[in-house]
Design a protein around this ligand. Structure first.
Ligand SMILES: NC(=O)c1ccc[n+]([C@@H]2O[C@H](COP(=O)([O-])OP(=O)(O)OC[C@H]3O[C@@H](n4cnc5c(N)ncnc54)[C@H](O)[C@@H]3O)[C@@H](O)[C@H]2O)c1
Length: 254
């Protein structure tokens, strides 16, 4: 169960953070993996037993070429993870420069669009595509306007692609992480907010997430498509007992 033996995978934005952890898990489960990133990931690839290809997900040509090369090196792919992304500018919409909004949208939203557009031609029927969205797609916090919009679009694209690719047996799902301890999620606010807002009372780690990606990549999720799996320590359930205590002086209402 959950074996990825005989499967080949490509993970974007995998020189570090969540993408690297997902690639390592796939390799541990038996997959052959190509990691891609805009920065040099050859050292990471050597360390974890993957191949590395340079790819800028903000460029359609780069994504198309990267997928083509991965296909040439590994044969048709079974798993594609559109994971690369960048964080927010931390300003209100009124103060967000249009070029910053455009950059976030191009990488986080268009990057996933390019992956969904070009990956299927390089995949086996019955494959799995996983897009990294975010809890920010579902729960809005001031200062994350561009990021939240891009991640909500990722869920919309996930559902559309699931409908369009079902005839090939290719499943398309999204993972929506809460704050995760990576370069992108390393700020103090993620620590403080996660302690206060999650049911589990802590920030997540890449190790907390990889099981969700592994499940969605494996044949154990063979009837699951078009879904957004929220991995947020229970943040989206509602106000935590910690928050109630701060606001009401009691861990319960009523
Ligand atoms: N860390 C969190 O708290 C968190 C929460 C929710 C969602 N996410 C999402 O998870 C994904 C991975 O983020 P992470 O936390 O591992 O961050 P990270 O910064 O550790 O890793 C992101 C990787 O993407 C790469 N990248 C950036 N722009 C790129 C581009 N144009 N083309 C190719 N690669 C590019 C970076 O070089 C980096 O290696 C992102 O989509 C992010 O939005 C992260």
């Amino acid at each position: 169960m959950f074996s990825l033996h005989g499967k080949s995978a490509l993970v974007t934005g995998a020189a570090g953070g969540i993408g690297r952890a997902v690639a390592e898990r796939f390799i541990a489960a038996g997959a052959r993996v190509v990691i891609t990133d805009i920065v040099d990931g050859q050292g990471v690839a050597d360390e974890i037993g993957a191949r590395f290809l340079r790819m800028d997900v903000g460029s359609e040509d780069s994504v198309a070429e990267g997928l083509d090369r991965a296909h040439q090196e590994l044969g048709p792919l079974d798993i594609v993870v559109n994971n690369a992304g960048v964080g927010d500018v931390g300003t209100s919409l009124a103060d967000t420069p249009a070029d910053a909004f455009e950059r976030i949208t191009r990488i986080n939203q268009w990057g996933v669009f390019y992956g969904l557009k070009h990956a299927p031609a390089h995949m086996n029927d019955g494959g799995s595509i996983i897009n990294t969205s975010s809890l920010a797609a579902l729960i809005k916090m001031a200062g994350s306007g561009a990021y939240s919009a891009s991640k909500a679009a990722v869920i919309s694209l996930t559902r559309m692609a699931a409908l369009e690719l079902g005839h090939s047996g290719i499943r398309v799902n999204a993972v929506c992480p809460g704050y995760i301890d990576t370069a992108l999620g390393s700020g103090d606010e993620g620590q403080i907010l996660s302690e206060q807002f999650t049911a589990l009372g802590r920030k997540g780690t890449p190790a907390d997430l990889v099981g969700a990606f592994h499940f969605l990549a494996s044949d154990e999720s063979s009837y699951l498509t078009g879904q957004a799996l929220v991995v947020d320590g229970g943040w989206s359930c509602g106000p935590s007992p910690q928050i109630l205590e701060t606001l009401l002086g009691s861990k319960t209402v009523g």
